[in-house]
Design a protein around this ligand. Structure first.
Ligand code: PMV
Length: 342
């Protein structure tokens, strides 16, 4: 019996009489070699590959309950109903419902243990947890690769949060997006880097990554150069991770981050995700490294600065970031595991 036949039989048994529920946890990840730009907006296929690390201290816990009495899907995020996010959530659920051969609507309740929508990768952990929980509730046995492909359609970076440690996302070439998935590159235990995240603003960012990417691709004169130089950066980062060469990874990751932001700043109207404290943090991390402390920075589509360091250096990096005016909080984390049912 195939997986889908089994799933359909399970579905028939469970509906329409009863509810089904599953919960999952997925952790945030951030990219050392960034994803910025889409090859296919409908399938959410990235224009470039990316390499990330998954964190153990920042997560989304998501509960999916399939309820035959619901007329439409519902989403409660951090205690509030979020109608504006429902389309993307329902689109992911629809892919899984179609596979399972059921139409039952779902109540999705999700909570992050860190600020939502502020450039801390809440969509990555959120969609990876959603897909894992929904597949569990639907009794679908997805391979991690299949889960990554579905999660990608909610948020590109979510494809990476399916896995732990160091992860590579392949942009892929297939017109149906079937080769656009993430896979593990190196276990976190093999090179246990740590991070200190300087939170410099707590509100949600003004321009989300989806519209920021579209604007950059349409109007930034630097966008083509950004895409054209990505494969070289991916190869350099892959090699550095393979050799556990911190300095080489630091150099390529900082350069890649600044190139992504240069492409965004060149958009019309320009996208500037940073505030003053962002720049101060970036300078502090550069100074620390120049003085021999193994640390480097990366910044996503928001004003927070993520400093990646060797474990012994973490207390020093954390203290340096805390001392910067405008830094509201510093979160610390090691590397974490992939998405899992709870
Ligand atoms: O997956 P999205 O749509 O949240 O976009 C992620 C974009 C960046 O965080 C800026 C880069 C990345 O690779 O995570």
């Amino acid at each position: 019996m195939t997986t889908s036949t089994r799933a359909k039989q399970a579905a028939e048994k469970a509906w329409p009489s009863g509810k089904r529920r599953a919960s999952a946890r997925a952790r945030a990840n951030f990219a050392l070699i960034k994803y910025w730009g889409k090859a296919d907006a409908r399938l959410n296929v990235p224009a470039v590959g990316s390499i990330s690390i998954t964190l153990d201290a920042l997560w989304s816990d998501t509960d999916v309950e399939l309820d035959p009495s619901l007329a439409a899907d519902e989403l409660v995020l951090d205690g509030q109903r979020r109608a504006e996010q429902l389309d993307k959530v329902s689109a992911c659920l629809d892919i899984l419902r179609e596979r399972a051969g059921v139409r039952t609507r779902a109540r999705v309740v999700s909570a992050n243990n860190f600020p939502t929508g502020a450039g801390l990768a809440s969509s990555a952990s959120g969609f990876a947890a959603l897909v894992t929980a929904a597949a569990g509730a639907l009794d679908l046995e997805l391979t991690p690769r299949e889960a990554s492909i579905v999660a990608r359609q909610g948020s590109g970076s979510a494809a990476r949060s399916v896995f732990g440690g160091f992860v590579e996302m392949h942009a892929g070439h297939a017109p149906d997006g079937s080769d656009s998935f993430a896979e593990p590159l190196l276990a976190g235990e093999a090179w246990p880097l740590e991070v200190a995240i300087a939170v410099t603003a707590k509100g949600e960012k003004e321009v989300g990554s989806r519209s920021g990417m579209t604007r950059s691709a349409k109007s930034s004169p630097y966008y083509a150069a950004w895409v054209g130089t990505q494969d070289g950066d991916l190869a350099a980062a892959r090699a550095a991770i393979g050799l556990r060469d911190f300095e080489a990874l630091a150099e390529v990751a900082e350069h890649n981050c600044l190139k992504m932001h240069a492409a965004a700043m060149g958009a019309v109207p320009p996208l500037l995700y940073w505030n003053g404290a962002t720049v101060e943090c970036l300078n502090a991390v550069r100074q620390l490294r120049a003085s021999g402390v193994p640390a480097f920075f990366t910044i996503d589509a928001g004003p927070q600065v993520k400093a990646i360091c060797l474990p012994d250096a973490r207390p020093r990096v954390e203290a340096a970031l805390r001392a910067i005016p405008g830094v509201l909080d510093v979160l610390v984390s090691g590397l974490g595991a992939g998405a899992e049912l709870r």
